[in-house]
Design a protein around this ligand. Structure first.
Ligand code: ADP
Length: 572
């Protein structure tokens, strides 16, 4: 049967089976003719009926006139062929897998059978889908597992499926992280009946995440990384990696970088560098809680506290302790420098040392939690906005009038006015908490993901006030972003994974800074602020010039070349 291709309709949300992005779509019976499926079905039904009626008539005629059956005319051969072809089409269309397998067995791209068998029987192990050689390692590997699984692996998978072997022990039991992930994935496929083919298994170092980044792995999500830059910041050129799936974001930030670079660059200042952790403790009375507050905030006790706190790390150095109370509960907000680490583990250890020490002098203290939310981690909170958390950074630039016109396609006055009405007044109307900006979190999240930061800390790290002023008699533009809570590190957590580490390396801030611990993390924080500065500049310009909707229509909803999108913008 001559099976021709046509454009696939968009897949339904939650469809049970999807090929990896970029992989050819599976052939289906409805692809037989380049017509709407309804018409194709009608044609094949008609062919089937006509050929069947014709052959039946010929059969009757042969019986009546005693003509042997094996004597066949050309028309009869043709009618038989049409009958068989239309029968195969109709059966395959209505999902009879056996027939479909005959139709598709010679087509290496076709995984229709896998789809239909898995959706029809969730308990059954799915048939292996053939994959092109280049993809075998990534997409076909799970199928390979089910196809050629050794007996021992088969037993382990069966044990996990039956609930006899806990999935989380596989790494320890097998001593092979890749194999553990593969078997867990196979068990998951059997339990759910879902193929998860688009989620690659191979091509990732599972040992690198063991015990620190992710538990119970079954694969990894792929994200594109784009580069904005060079970002000329403090006299250095940075090529800023951004992991995102939001069209126009990198292009827009890139345009902002261009405007900054052509105006002589941006400069930054780190106002404060301190991670915070605030345990909560309860006392029998508020008076006793207040005594601890007075003790912790008394400068005379700071040296003792810092000796105790600093014992746990070479890099964690206590800076301040600030307390708040709610009835007889006391919230002790410890701040400390953390070198090149983002510092949550480090500070938690130091805080625990201090709590253990305090217990002797304050025996009635009942520690409720090492974190009492006055820290405040991964929540929108005024304490971070006012006091800062992580790195507090201001980044500024003067954009020349000519660049505003040529690169940003707007003018200084419109930008200043827009910033007041949107980022300041508009956010005030909305009751924003640290949200006096156009889209700081877009840039923060993209850089965080690319460089292995904790994406959940985007909540406070994106707090930002964007200020725009006309200077030099109204000709040029002064733009600044003030970000009090950028929480980043270049050691620990996800920063040591291969891809994330490569992105840090690109920025020249990979790992620990040996000469001056903390410098790498501070530079990274300034790059985040610089990226936000570029993003704010470009988006506000697009809004001022009324380009936003136009650019989205042009680039965000089509598959066209993005190379010309540098002058465009994205969703604020
Ligand atoms: P976090 O506190 O951000 O969760 P980790 O505790 O996972 O980070 O990682 C910090 C680890 O890295 C600590 O064990 C620390 O001793 C070590 N380390 C090595 N060099 C540095 C450095 N320059 N700055 C901070 N930590 C460093």
């Amino acid at each position: 049967m001559d099976v021709r291709r046509r454009m696939a309709p968009p897949p339904a949300v939650g469809a049970p089976h999807r090929k990896a992005a970029g992989a050819p779509r599976a052939l289906q019976a409805g692809d037989a003719l380049p017509l709407p499926i309804r018409h194709t079905n009608l044609i094949f039904s008609a062919l089937f009926a006509v050929s069947l009626a014709y052959l039946m008539r010929r059969w009757r005629a042969k019986i009546r006139s005693s003509i042997p059956f094996h004597v066949v005319s050309l028309t009869e051969i043709l009618a038989t062929f049409v009958l068989v072809a239309s029968l195969i089409y109709l059966l395959s269309f209505f999902g009879i897998a056996f027939v479909q397998s005959i139709v598709s067995s010679t087509d290496e791209d076709d995984d229709f059978l896998v789809a239909s068998s898995s959706s029809s029987s969730s308990a059954k192990a799915p048939a292996p889908a053939p994959a092109p050689p280049a993809q075998c390692g990534l997409l076909g590997s799970a199928d390979a597992v089910s196809e050629k699984m050794p007996e021992e692996d088969e037993e382990i998978v069966a044990g996990v499926v039956a609930g006899k072997i806990p999935s989380y022990v596989l790494e320890t039991k097998l001593g092979d992280c890749r194999r553990a992930a593969g078997l867990r994935r196979e068990a998951l496929r059997r339990i759910t009946g879902r193929q998860i083919e688009g989620l690659p298994l191979d091509g990732f170092d599972y040992a690198s995440i063991l015990g620190q980044c992710c538990e119970l792995p079954v694969g990894y999500v792929q994200l594109p990384v784009g580069i904005a830059g060079p970002l000329l910041l403090d006299g250095q050129r940075f090529y800023v990696p951004m992991a995102t799936t939001e069209g126009c974001l990198v292009a827009s930030t890139n345009r902002g970088c261009k405007a900054i670079a052509e105006s002589g660059g941006a400069s930054s200042v780190v106002l404060r560098d301190a991670m915070t952790r605030a345990p909560v403790a309860r006392f029998p009375t508020a008076r006793q809680a207040a005594q601890l507050k007075a003790f912790l905030e008394d400068p005379a006790n700071f040296d003792t506290l810092s000796v105790v706190f600093n014992r746990s790390s070479r890099f964690g150095r206590l800076q301040t302790v600030q307390c708040a109370m709610a009835g007889r509960n006391i919230y002790m907000r410890f701040s400390c420098s953390t070198g090149d680490a983002m510092g949550m583990n480090m500070i938690s250890k130091g805080v625990q040392n201090v709590l253990d020490y305090l217990q002797d002098d304050f025996p009635d203290m009942d520690v409720i939690s090492i974190s009492g939310n006055f820290c405040s981690d991964k929540k929108s909170a005024a304490v971070n906005w006012i006091e800062g958390r992580g790195k507090s950074v201001v980044c500024e630039a003067v954009i020349k009038e000519e660049i505003v016109r040529k690169v940003l396609k707007t003018n200084v006055q419109s930008l200043v006015e827009l910033n007041v009405i949107k980022n300041l007044a508009g956010s005030a109307v909305a009751g924003a908490l640290g949200g006096f900006n156009a889209h700081a979190s877009n840039i923060v999240s993209a850089i965080f993901i690319a460089t292995g930061q904790d994406p959940a800390q985007n909540v406070e790290s994106s707090q930002c006030i964007t200020m725009l002023e006309a200077i030099n008699d109204g000709r040029d533009l002064h733009i600044s972003v003030t970000m009090p809570s950028i929480e980043v590190g270049t050691v620990g957590g996800g920063t040591q994974l291969a891809s994330q580490s490569a992105c840090l390396d690109l920025l020249g801030v990979k790992g620990a800074n040996r000469e001056s611990p903390g410098t790498n993390a501070r530079i990274l924080a300034t790059v985040v602020a610089g990226g936000v500065l570029a993003g704010e500049l470009s988006l506000l310009s697009a809004l001022a010039a009324g380009q936003l909707v136009k650019s989205h229509m042009k680039y965000n909803r089509s598959s066209r070349d993005m190379s010309k999108a540098a002058s465009l913008s994205l969703t604020p």
